[in-house]
Design a protein around this ligand. Structure first.
Ligand code: MG
Length: 156
């Protein structure tokens, strides 16, 4: 068994499309990023790469590279799991926490689990996603951005 963890955070900007866990969330703001800013999938990619001993997302998908401009992060996730499988690792489960004061994410978590399970080729019940606020403390609590943390277990 091998374990990996990942964290990501992005700041809000006005307008644009907010995408979390591959799901479009109706909200007047989106996340500032070179890619689509999907913090959930970025934290998950980092956890997967960590478990497989493959470094981090910045090494494989450099933010300055025009190839990744506005890219759908599900593409990055599928490429990541392909590298992890290539290393001989198989995902056991993932546990993800999204830290956001708003929007309310509960209604979208089921769809996120389905999308992530499909991309990682595991049943959605192996992908747990939780959402929490920070009781208005810190940058997430002030509504300046969203953070996500992910832990994965793989077997090799
Ligand atoms: Mg990111």
């Amino acid at each position: 068994m091998r374990i990996g963890q990942g964290i990501d955070a992005h700041a809000f900007k006005e307008g644009g499309t907010l995408v979390l866990g591959g799901v479009i969330i109706p909200y007047p703001r989106s996340l500032e990023a070179h890619s689509d800013g999907d913090v959930v999938l970025h934290a998950l990619c980092d956890a997967l790469l960590g478990a497989a001993g493959l470094g981090d997302i910045g090494r494989h998908f450099p933010p300055g590279d025009p190839a990744w401009l506005d890219i759908d992060s599900r593409i990055l996730l599928r490429r990541t799991i392909a590298m992890v499988v290539e290393e001989g690792c198989k995902l056991v489960n993932a546990d993800i926490t999204v830290v956001a004061q708003e929007p309310l994410l509960g209604p979208f978590i089921g769809a996120m689990r389905e999308f992530i399970g499909a991309d990682l080729q595991v049943s959605a019940d192996r992908i747990n996603i939780k959402a929490t606020t920070t009781e208005r403390l810190g940058f997430t609590g002030r509504g300046e951005g969203i953070a996500a943390l992910a832990v994965v277990l793989v077997e090799d």
